[in-house]
Design a protein around this ligand. Structure first.
Ligand code: ZN
Length: 302
């Protein structure tokens, strides 16, 4: 089994990122799909090409959005609308004659960090992905917790203000409407009356520009409320922060930690470690890979 090829693919709204494991060797790749994301046939063709290129024994896929684990379709995906309702697993299995498992990308990221990254050995691991949206994943006792339908840990769409900002999901006051790239852009706009992209804001903060640093500080307060809710609900031993915002502005972790200290119960706060993820933009791909590896072992035992 050690020489078998296993593939982990993370399908986002702009890129496909994948990791290939052949024996002990792991390689990574990244493909731009921003130009074809509205075209499901082209997307599927691209997935098939990657799978056929490596002829893996097993493929794990992580995908942005609510993945219905009973119906095995992508139920809702703000960043990949064209794939909603499509039986992706069935189509890819038929066309590539390969076993496929599919999981939500933030859950996969948590499992990736647990198996290959900064979450190794954690008993109750929460992983938050701060990027275009806000994703969450939970690994308890080494097992990924995804809920009955597969939608657990949608922390981004828990409400922190019933009259708050409109979220991409259409609800008001979701945590994601503050703690995400578009939340950051709104915070900056309200403070300065100027529009800048999240990357520009982070670059300004990294240069030490006062108003950008203040906006990041404000952002970290909202993040701390999210962390407090998780801490009070789950009492985890580790919370990992990952995703584009954190990778480009890692000091956000220290900011959020000191705000969390002021907000949270002292007992769960004492026992939690907040840290940065290790796998960067490939955490979802590594998680997809690990899930595929697990299912291979499970199948070989039966
Ligand atoms: Zn929402």
């Amino acid at each position: 089994m050690s020489n078998q090829t296993i593939l982990g693919i993370d399908i986002g709204g702009t890129y496909i990122k994948y990791v290939v494991k052949q024996g002990d060797l792991i390689s990574k790749g990244k493909l731009f799909i921003g130009d074809i994301k509205e075209k499901p046939d082209d997307l599927i063709e691209k997935f098939i090409q990657i799978i056929k290129k490596y002829s893996p024994k097993k493929v794990g896929i992580a995908v942005a959005g609510l993945y219905d684990k009973k119906e095995e379709t992508l139920s809702q995906s703000p960043n990949l609308k064209s794939l909603e309702g499509i039986p992706l697993k069935q189509i890819l299995e038929q066309k590539t004659k390969t076993d496929i498992t599919i999981q939500n990308d933030a859950s996969a990221a948590a499992y990736g960090e647990y198996r290959y990254g900064a979450g190794k050995g954690s008993k109750i691991l929460v992983c938050l992905t701060l990027g275009t949206g806000l994703g969450g994943g939970l690994v308890i006792g080494g097992r990924l917790f995804t809920g009955i339908s597969g939608t657990a840990m949608e922390i981004g769409h828990t409400t922190i203000d019933k009259d708050g900002w409109i979220c991409h999901c259409g609800r008001k006051g979701c945590l994601e409407s503050y703690v995400s790239s578009y939340g950051l852009e709104r915070l900056f706009f309200i403070k300065t009356d100027r529009y800048k992209s999240s990357f520009e804001i982070i670059a300004l903060a990294n240069e030490g520009k006062k108003e950008a640093v203040e906006v990041m500080e404000e952002f970290s307060v909202y993040l701390a409320y999210g962390l407090m809710n998780l801490l009070h609900t789950l009492n985890p031993d580790k919370i990992l922060l990952t995703g584009g915002i954190v990778e480009n502005y890692p000091v956000i972790e220290k900011m959020a930690y000191s705000n969390l200290k002021k907000l949270a119960f002292s007992l769960p706060f004492r026992d939690v470690e907040i840290d940065l993820g290790k796998l960067g933009e490939f955490s979802g791909s590594f998680g997809a890979l690990a899930i595929a590896e697990d299912s291979l072992i499970k199948n070989s035992k039966v």
